[in-house]
Design a protein around this ligand. Sequence first.
Ligand code: PEP
Ligand code: MN
Length: 372
Amino acid sequence: MIIVMKADLPADSPELEQVIQLAEGYPGVSTQVHRIQGVTRSVTEVYLLGSTGVIPAEPFEEFVGVERVVRITEKFRTIGRHDSGQEAIGFEYNGVELSQDSFHVFPGLCAVDTNENVDTMFRALADRGIQTSRAGAYKPRTSPYDFQGHGAQCLPHLFESAGKHGIRIVSMEVTSEIQVEEIQQALEQSGQATGVMLQIGTRNAQNFELLKAVGQQTELPVLFKRGMGITLNESLNACEYVASAGNHRIVFCLRGMKTNFGDPHRNFVDFTHVPVIRRMTRLPVFVDPSHSVGTRAVSSDGLLDIFHASAQGIISGANGVLVDFHPHPQEALCDGPQALLLDELEPFLEDCRITRDAYEQRLKVAPRAGAR
Ligand code: PEP
Ligand code: MN
């Protein structure tokens, strides 16, 4: 059971204390208080843990400070919608809104290699007014003999260059807790030149200690990639680890599932799940067409499969696209074969705009079908 308090209620409000006291008066029930900072307002939620099935909603609903009482229908209580009982929770980070209403493209390097490529990439984004990017400093590779990323040593230049080109958020994968500290330190040393969204890669989707670690810090938001070989329910429960540890600024990212049934794509593209995640969770939903399609194959209509996959995600309501670009893919140290070229940036962004507009047009149909 979740008691949602009225928006912007102060932390020391007697109303909150009354709710906690009433809840803890029921045998075997304990409470947890979560404060969620949304884009326009902050919400306090009291979670009742234990056997709450028999607890009536009415006594809580009578408090003037209570907005509503939500019965839990899913185990992932913080990120879940619970049969529409909960609203989406967007957030703002470094001046950028990330919510189920916003849309951003995050084009960038799969892995940071040379300073020159970093500068070229960010300059190309700045020229087109893009303030969000991706860049990998710590790469989880299938083979220990493959390039593992430049690690902490590439961060000072990366952040300085991002700041210089007006990049506000860089999505960056972390594979261990120590890397979170390295990123925070480098950001501080750069004078917070940019922002970082900590990316949990699909291979670490159930690395519970890492999930707790990125959840315990609340400075940096988290982009959680769906686990490629586990059920959706398992991925959602894993993602809940981040929120339950205290960090509610989370983006859920689809990136394809590992199975040969997706051949000739690298992974089976799962972007029809965009609307599913949007209704099951309160989180903004991104798609990663590069790591799901994994090739630069072009279809009979002249468009790359990566363009098609992105469009499929966007037209279904995706709130963001994480996509690999590289100035010289043949020299890339990781995932060169799936990188888009810099002269494909403009057409890619145009295709995203066309598809986002089409999605917004599609919403006009909703009142006549489904949303009745
Ligand atoms: C990545 O985005 O660089 C990456 C490794 O993705 P994934 O975890 O989806 O494979
Ligand atoms: Mn990659």
